[in-house]
Design a binder for this molecule. Structure first.
Ligand SMILES: C[S@@+](CC[C@H](N)C(=O)[O-])C[C@H]1O[C@@H](n2cnc3c(N)ncnc32)[C@H](O)[C@@H]1O
Ligand SMILES: Nc1nc2[nH]cc(C(=O)O)c2c(=O)[nH]1
Ligand code: SF4
Ligand SMILES: [Mg+2]
Length: 251
């Protein structure tokens, strides 16, 4: 499989909505390659898998020490890097990227193995391919599915992407996965678009609104979008999320 890195940290995103793992200790497995191109992506260097010749793994948690291996990563070496980072307090293994669902077969083999070893699986995905989500949903315990705002400029056919993301959420929920939607907003995000997402998600899954980092929008703008979503989805189903790990300078 084509990876970027494996490290041990705590989940920095997701706020407090149901399904969030914010503040939980995780081992992160970051996959190389992505099918979208959000302009603000903090992992933009990894979205073309062929430009990631090596993957790295943390030798000990929070030491900043890494070792490197060539891609494609060997399955046994990946499992061994994960197990070496097991601090005995791991809430779940986070699969992120890039877009982990693009490597469906490798991802499901790894998730299956992690279940056998007694870990829970947390999937961080852009949800762009519901058919792939359908193939792996039975192996997922928690899912954070992005709804890409128009201002992310993730793809040409934005409306269709949003519908696919919502479909992915439906599939995950149907499969019993603890799932929430994450919407990264900017100062140009339109209220009418937030209304649309909220209507699609109502009764399906809660949403967190996460300002794009570095934050340039005002708190007033942010809370206006929050209010718009809450009026449609219900006040229990909306929350804020920030990339807290970045403020505390951890991986
Ligand atoms: C790098 S993505 C990888 C997983 C998947 N491709 C996705 O987009 O959900 C992980 C998370 O970081 C968020 N993210 C990336 N860059 C960000 C930024 N500059 N500000 C806020 N959130 C960001 C994404 O929206 C996503 O929720
Ligand atoms: N601590 C921490 N939390 C995270 N939540 C989502 C992340 C990601 O890049 O997918 C991430 C990450 O890279 N680090
Ligand atoms: S979908 Fe995720 S990894 Fe891909 S460009 Fe957007 S934020 Fe980055
Ligand atoms: Mg990140």
């Amino acid at each position: 499989m084509f990876l970027v890195e494996i490290f041990n940290s705590w989940q920095g995103e997701g706020g407090s909505v149901e399904g969030s793992a914010f503040g939980r200790r995780q081992i992160f497995v970051r996959f190389a390659g992505c099918d979208l191109k959000c302009w603000w992506c903090d992992s933009a260097n990894y979205i073309i898998a062929s430009k990631v010749p090596k993957w790295r793994y943390e030798v000990e948690p929070f030491t900043g020490k890494f070792e490197y291996k060539p891609n494609p990563a060997n399955f046994e070496e990946v499992v061994s890097a994960i197990l070496h980072l097991d601090t005995g307090d791991i809430h779940s293994i986070s699969y992120t990227g890039g877009e982990p669902t693009l490597q469906t077969r490798n991802l499901s083999t790894l998730m299956k193995k992690m279940h056998e070893l007694g870990f829970k699986n947390f999937l961080e995905t852009n949800g762009s391919r519901p058919e792939r989500i359908n193939d792996i949903a039975h192996l997922v315990d928690y899912a954070s599915v992005d709804i890409k705002d128009a201002t992310a400029r993730a793809t040409e056919d934005w409306k269709n992407l949003v519908l696919k993301e919502v479909e992915s959420i439906r599939i995950l929920k149907r499969s019993g996965v603890k799932t929430y939607a994450k919407l990264v907003v900017t100062q140009n995000t339109k209220e009418e678009d937030v209304k649309w997402y909220a209507k699609l998600l109502k009764g399906q899954a809660p949403i967190v609104i996460q300002p794009r980092e570095p934050i340039e929008m005002s708190q007033t703008q942010l809370m206006r979008l929050y209010n718009t979503a809450a009026k449609i989805m219900g006040r229990e189903n909306v929350g804020l999320s920030f990339q807290v790990h970045k403020y505390l300078n951890v991986l």
